[in-house]
Design a protein around this ligand. Structure first.
Ligand code: URA
Length: 285
């Protein structure tokens, strides 16, 4: 390759990384521009309200056959990838599905078949949870990253390794805690999930908390705190404070602390997280 072509290839890869394309999903490249365009009939005049109503009615169609392909997203170009539904319809379907899950296994199955969140189409797999479902201490992060998406487990990358060290510092390991995220699919390029994506996934994480039924709930980072504890203030102001959280069956204690990824970037803040972890240890008794 000439130096010009090498530079062009490097620039293209850098552009892909910026755009969030950082994993190869097939062995062979596919030229999507060369594929025949799918003809769609033009919508009839004034059909928009009818079409919106039809989509609302068909909200439960945000599910594929449960368990059809355990934890893996639909193939590109499948109906689910091509049929967006409104956020409200997706949130409603999520509420119904989460409510009907009697066990954590049911909930995992429901999420596997749930097509209301577009993140599942770009993620490699569902990242449901890790740790002990009977634990009294539950951690909720924001969303899986690259390593988590590869392994199908939350907090297994650099942030997860730091979390393990923080747990060890208060005498705990993953067999004594339960760990999950607000959003169970990796957002492209590790971006923060949008409020809409978090809201669509919220009924699932709420039900997951209810089913695990921990005594203490710890939100890792601001987005997790703001979504679950409905707090508007920032993490620096709210971290380390115990707040009530209603699981649906009882009130438990919840606290937000700094996200391990933040601590990796700001090592001086570890002393604040250490205080929070000591408070968690004390609360556990
Ligand atoms: N960050 C998160 O919020 N969750 C993970 O699982 C990994 C990194």
């Amino acid at each position: 390759m000439t130096p010009d072509r090498i530079k062009a290839a490097r620039d293209l890869i850098a552009f892909h990384l910026e755009a969030g394309v950082d994993i190869a999903v097939g062995d062979e490249p596919v030229d999507r521009f060369a594929e025949p365009a799918v003809e769609r009939p033009p919508p009839a005049a004034n059909s928009a309200p009818r079409e919106a109503a039809r989509r609302e009615r068909h909200a439960p169609a945000t599910f594929s056959r449960p368990g059809a392909a355990a934890d893996l997203p639909p193939a590109a170009g499948s109906q689910s990838a091509a049929t967006p539904v409104s956020a409200e319809a997706a949130a409603m379907a999520a509420r119904q599905a989460a409510h009907s899950a009697a066990t954590l296994d049911d909930l995992r199955q429901m999420l596997t078949g749930f097509e209301g969140c577009a993140l599942r189409n770009t993620a490699t797999r569902l990242v449901f949870a890790d740790g002990n479902p009977a634990a009294k201490l539950m951690f909720v992060g924001e969303a899986p990253g690259y390593e988590e998406d590869k392994q199908g487990l939350p907090f297994v990358g650099r942030s997860g390794q730091l979390l393990d060290k923080m747990l060890a510092a208060i005498g705990l390991d993953r067999t004594q805690v339960y760990i999950t995220n607000i959003v169970p699919w990796r957002p492209p390029g590790n971006r923060t999930p949008t409020p809409q994506e978090s809201q669509i996934c919220l009924p699932f994480i709420r039900r997951q908390i209810e089913l695990v039924d921990p005594d203490l709930l710890i939100c890792l980072g601001g987005p997790s705190m703001q979504t679950l504890l409905e707090v508007k203030d920032g993490i620096m102001k709210m971290r380390g404070k115990w707040m009530p959280y209603a699981t649906g069956t009882r009130d438990i204690r919840a606290m937000a602390t700094l996200h391990p990824a933040y601590l990796l970037r700001n090592p001086l803040a570890k002393r604040l997280a250490w205080r929070d972890f000591l408070a968690i240890r004390k609360a556990l008794g």
